[in-house]
Design a protein around this ligand. Structure first.
Ligand code: URA
Length: 213
């Protein structure tokens, strides 16, 4: 698994405002959107392209277009939805599939409660959007879901990651032949006993959309 922590002052600045408990939901949503676009730029470094002959007003040249099949962007409901627009700004012709996953707050185990994805993802590059790589359970389950359907290249974009989650994810995917990359804005200190990232930013879904329970 490849881990890329994006080290850029604009990323760090936006992340600091996101972390601040005084940042309100509208500002949190806007900054998430901007931050994801910056992360997406790094995350799509290996996106597949095909050569394309075109003619400029001055003459012919060979450029590139995104390859077929188009990349698949998969936000993990609910909090991953807050990352979708920021991602689609860079990849407007990507397709979008949805995966609803919830973690049991006592056992921290992840389960799937909804999905809208093609049955066959053979040959597809997939970009998973999940703001918090905490225990790694949700992300590991989402990656397995996609590779079981044939996805052959996975990149997860996370606002924050915890070292325990990255280690768990690596262990959970040790037998997976498909390449997996994680792109994040920061590697935080640790998880607390409730599975929250420390210092983190709190509950990403609640901060984006309010408390829904
Ligand atoms: N999910 C969140 O929203 N925040 C955390 O810190 C961990 C999991």
């Amino acid at each position: 698994m490849r881990l890329h922590v994006v080290n850029h002052p604009l990323v760090s600045h936006k992340l600091t405002v996101l972390r601040d408990e005084d940042t309100d939901s509208p500002t949190f949503r806007r900054l998430t959107d901007e931050l994801v676009t910056l992360l997406a730029y790094e995350a799509t470094r290996e996106v597949r392209v095909d050569p394309r002959e075109i003619t400029t007003p001055v003459g012919p040249t060979t450029g590139v277009y995104l390859a077929q099949p188009r990349p698949m962007v998969v936000p993990i409901l609910r909090a991953g939805l807050g990352m979708l627009d920021g991602m689609m700004r860079l990849l407007p012709t990507a397709e979008v599939g949805f995966l609803g996953m919830v973690r049991n707050e006592e056992t921290l185990a992840a389960s799937t409660y909804a999905e809208r994805l093609p049955e066959d993802l053979s040959g597809r590059q997939c970009y998973i959007l999940d703001p918090m790589l905490a225990t790694g359970g949700t992300l590991a389950a989402a990656i397995r879901f996609l590779t079981d359907r044939g996805a052959d290249d996975i990149t997860a974009i996370c606002l924050l990651a915890a070292p325990e989650g990255v280690a768990n994810l690596e262990a959970a995917l040790a037998d997976l032949a498909v390449p997996v990359a994680v792109v994040t804005a920061a590697m935080d200190e640790k998880l607390n006993d409730k599975g929250y990232i420390v210092p983190g930013l709190g509950d990403a879904g609640d901060r984006l959309y309010g408390v829904a329970h």
